[in-house]
Design a protein around this ligand. Structure first.
Ligand SMILES: [Zn+2]
Length: 121
């Protein structure tokens, strides 16, 4: 379980070469080994790329725009997701993760997932 977070994100670490990758891959993307340990994001999370969508899909039409970003933890794990704010974003800022309802699906069910929130300094 991620410390100070409300959700779990498990990743695979290759027992042969140490490469960290998403749990959906069956073999190591670097060395093709099939033996893994489980690992998790650790350390500070930094925004390494982002874009602002100004023509959101149907589920997000209540917002005029929203930001999507890729973050990287100190141990190299990367995640993509929505960013809570899209003002004052800069590559390299620190973000925290927390769970939030990001939209409702077409049947009205709430979709809850992690969201990135810039850390104010
Ligand atoms: Zn490997």
């Amino acid at each position: 379980m991620m410390k100070n977070q409300e959700f779990e994100v498990n990743w695979k670490k290759c027992k042969n070469c140490g490469f960290i990758q998403h749990h959906s891959h069956i073999r190591c993307l670097k060395c093709k080994n099939e033996q893994f340990t489980t690992t998790e994001p650790s350390g500070k999370a930094t925004l390494i790329s982002y874009t602002i969508l100004k023509s959101p899909p149907m589920e997000f039409r209540d917002k005029h725009s929203y930001a999507l970003g890729i973050i990287e933890f100190e141990n190299g794990i990367r995640l993509m997701g929505q960013i809570k704010e899209n003002a004052d974003l800069e590559i390299g800022i620190e973000v925290k993760l927390h769970n939030e309802t990001i939209c409702k699906d077409l049947d009205g069910r709430e979709i809850i997932t992690y969201i990135f929130e810039p850390v104010k300094s």
